[in-house]
Design a protein around this ligand. Sequence first.
Ligand code: ATP
Ligand code: MG
Length: 138
Amino acid sequence: MLERTLSIIKPDAVQKRVIGEILRRFEAAGLRIAAAKMLRLSPDTAARFYAVHRERPFYQDLVRFMSSGPVLVAVLEGENAIARNREIMGPTDSTKAPKGTIRGDFGTDVEKNAVHGSDGPDTAKWEIAFFFSESEIC
Ligand code: ATP
Ligand code: MG
């Protein structure tokens, strides 16, 4: 099924200057970059984006991390894009992510894990609309 998913290259990966390498991996995996922009999330915007995690103990740290520097937000499109993207990202905890996955190669720990990817069709829809208007998606 042709799907769209939201990707965020997080502040840790932007600071490491691996945006290009990560976008290359998306494309090599058959995903098309349908939209992309650099943003510095305000703490308020990061808090709204991650509101689903607001009861979790790591929420405040996560909001601080995600607003600590610029990010690249992108819409990826392709066959089974949601699952495909999560496959190449690897598991949430970078220390457990296999080498060859984005998190395994560029993440540091369970928080500073280089990338975000939507986890299902409903969240993908909500997350894409959070950052992009339909006219910004090519
Ligand atoms: P993402 O939603 O960013 O694609 P994910 O779906 O693999 O990652 P979630 O459980 O949705 O993971 O957590 C969202 C983000 O919160 C993680 O990507 C990570 O940055 C942070 N996080 C998750 N678990 C922890 C934790 N135990 N301690 C600190 N930060 C965490
Ligand atoms: Mg998630």
